[in-house]
Design a protein around this ligand. Sequence first.
Ligand code: CMP
Length: 355
Amino acid sequence: MSAVPFSKISTPLNALFATIGLLVVAALTTQGLTGQERLVSELLLAAIWLAYVLQLSGTLLSRRSLSGGMTALVIDLLAVLVPAGAFLFVGSRDRDLYCTIWLLKPLRDSTFFRLLAKVVANESRNLLGVTSVFGIVLFGAALAGYIIERDVQPDKFGSIPQAMWWAVVTLSTTGYGDEIPQSLAGRVLAGLVMMSGIGIFALWAGILATGFYEEVRRQDFVRNWQLVAAVPLFQKLGSAALIEIVRALRPRIVPAGSVICRKGEVGDQMFFIVEGRVTVATPDHPVELGAGNFFGEMALISGDPRSATVSAATEVSLLSLYAVDFQMLSSSSPEIAETIRKTALERRGGASGLP
Ligand code: CMP
């Protein structure tokens, strides 16, 4: 049996195997398992490990994975070697715990974690700034707590390191309640520390949320830019108009055979074909449109219902433009809007009625 198909274990399947493996490891730490239950659990772990060995073989055999997926290769290696090493060198009590390395498995193909790493890298200065504020407030709170409470509760606030635990628990607004200031000044301090904690965590969340939003927007912009550049009609645009249209167009992939718009429907958008072909079911004979062409403009311009059903002849990559953005295109690039209008008239057989 070839090992290569195992390199294609999908991300959800990797996550499923890892989840089962981790639940089994957790179950093995509970007391009172019978010998048979233990055996079944160990066999399950061995089966998952075997699947991961085959996946690793597949990763090693496929050159694509070696050149493009170093992270995947490292994760696949760790998922096999760490439990194997534990089996050989660690006592039976703890060796199953090493299977928790499978926590990494769902990350091997994840685009989310790459995005997260990018956001953290982009925002590192701001995150570091807020972390510094956190450190300053934390130390300041521990110092003040020590000065205020050391005589009242020397067992809990007798040194700065001791007071530091109270400061962390209070600043993070966790409040275990194991160390509570007794004096009024100590309680006022605790209130201030809690408020600062809320502010600091809100800042962290805000920086990350903005970072995510900007990074996703940037990636969308770059991808749309590449798609727009593939449509000849837009190659005449100046850079300002191009930026506007890149922002306005929304990419969409339609599988072969799907209906994109149906005759008689209201049409609020038109489509540009980046890749693939569509079939327009005109009354006389079907017309095929390919990359660089557009459709759906007639209903958009005239406000009439769709004149024909358009379906994907192959898988097709489209950019859609909504009516409001078509108005924007008309004012920023009248010559493109004119080309679209002329095409609509020609398709309608020269009939008037289009503005
Ligand atoms: P609309 O009427 O909005 O929706 C169906 C689309 O099919 C239509 O816009 C045109 O873009 C396209 N279409 C209609 N007739 C023809 C034709 N004869 N040749 C090419 N495309 C057409």
